[in-house]
Design a protein around this ligand. Structure first.
Ligand SMILES: NC(=O)C1=CN([C@@H]2O[C@H](COP(=O)(O)OP(=O)(O)OC[C@H]3O[C@@H](n4cnc5c(N)ncnc54)[C@H](OP(=O)(O)O)[C@@H]3O)[C@@H](O)[C@H]2O)C=CC1
Ligand SMILES: CC(C)(CO)C(=O)C(=O)O
Length: 308
């Protein structure tokens, strides 16, 4: 299977490496600074589930791109418009795009540009981070991918891709109700990102405060109401799983956006992860004061980062 991975950051490098190890023909479509780094040092991934180190095929926007079977999208939500322009030459009539980006806005944009019949659904439950030396580090050992066809036309390809990914370590699944999976992850991530970014701490630190638990519960309740209003009410077992993560007083977890704040990043997925949930809340008249507070906090952080 010919796979083009857009972006060789944390997610792109990790899953690109896993797909190479599984036997796929993988090229990385990257911007020029990353291209130079990859050509000089190769792709390096450090993980408890197995390392990868080696030369990889690197292409840049504007190069002649052969048509891919699958384009794995692994940029941040704020880079999606440029990324869509860059992948367009590699997207043919039989190409499927698999986004691992968080949030549902991605799907609205991709469907509008390429058609829903070209866009698979995918969620990655993993914590990976790009290191200052250009390598990618897997934090912990959790790695679960769920993918699925959002239209019947992509079912065979989804099954083939699952078969390939299943040769890599980690939990892999193909799900007939992938839209529900996308919403479930977004609810978990949006509520978790809202509180871990707003309070700049881990779940354990937040829950150890006088009012922390109430804020986590409220953020989750707001996201759950939006998901229901959008027609994707979460099943009780899915809600229980999310509570198991977000209300675990021993959890050292924080969202990747909170890790981006810790790293002093000047850009954040504030709008893609929290802002878009608020757009949908407003559309349905769902009150969401905790998410609003988190979004204000993120926007002030971004103003300060831009001014620094
Ligand atoms: N990190 C994690 O643990 C998880 C992240 N996610 C989600 O996955 C997505 C990707 O996150 P993550 O990998 O952490 O982000 P990173 O910032 O580590 O990587 C994104 C990469 O995309 C590249 N990129 C952006 N635009 C383009 C473009 N037009 N052409 C080529 N390359 C481009 C960037 O390259 P450049 O260096 O040129 O800027 C960067 O290397 C996000 O939506 C995130 O929420 C999901 C699950 C877990
Ligand atoms: C899977 C999860 C929740 C891992 O932390 C994530 O997607 C993120 O933090 O962005």
């Amino acid at each position: 299977m010919k796979i083009l991975v857009l972006g060789a950051g944390a997610i792109g490098a990790y899953y690109g490496a896993r797909l190479l190890q599984a036997g796929a023909s993988v090229s990385f479509l990257v911007r020029s600074a990353r291209a130079r780094q990859l050509r000089a040092h190769g792709l390096r991934v450090h993980s408890e589930l197995g390392d990868f180190s080696g030369a990889v095929d690197v292409v840049e926007a504007g190069d002649a791109l052969p048509e891919a079977d699958v384009v794995l999208l692994a940029c941040k939500t704020y880079d999606l418009p440029e990324a869509m322009r860059s992948i367009a030459p590699a997207v043919g009539a039989r190409t499927a795009i698999l986004p691992f980006l968080n949030g549902m806005q991605t799907y609205d944009l991709l469907d509008a540009a390429f058609g829903k019949a070209s866009v698979l659904g995918g969620v990655a439950y993993i914590a990976v981070a790009l290191q200052p030396d250009g390598s990618t580090r897997h934090l912990g050992a959790a790695d679960r991918v769920v993918l699925g066809a959002r239209t019947p036309q992509l079912q065979l390809l989804a099954d083939d891709l699952y078969g390939l990914l299943a040769r890599s370590p980690g939990l892999r699944a193909v799900d007939a109700h992938i839209a529900q999976q996308l919403w479930t992850k977004w609810v978990m991530l949006c509520s978790g990102a809202a509180v871990t970014c707003l309070f700049r701490g881990t779940i354990a630190q937040i829950l150890a405060t006088a009012h922390g638990r109430g804020f986590v519960e409220t953020a989750l309740a707001e996201c759950l109401q939006v998901a229901s209003a959008e027609g994707f009410a979460l099943a009780p077992d899915a809600v229980a799983q999310i509570k198991g993560l977000l209300l675990n007083p021993a959890s050292a977890w924080k969202a990747s956006m909170a890790r981006d704040i810790d790293a002093g990043m000047a850009r954040l997925e504030a709008d893609g992860i929290v802002g878009d949930m608020l757009v949908r809340a407003a559309r349905h008249g769902v009150p969401a004061p905790t998410l609003q507070a988190a979004h204000v906090h993120l926007q002030v952080y971004l103003q300060q980062a831009a001014a620094a």
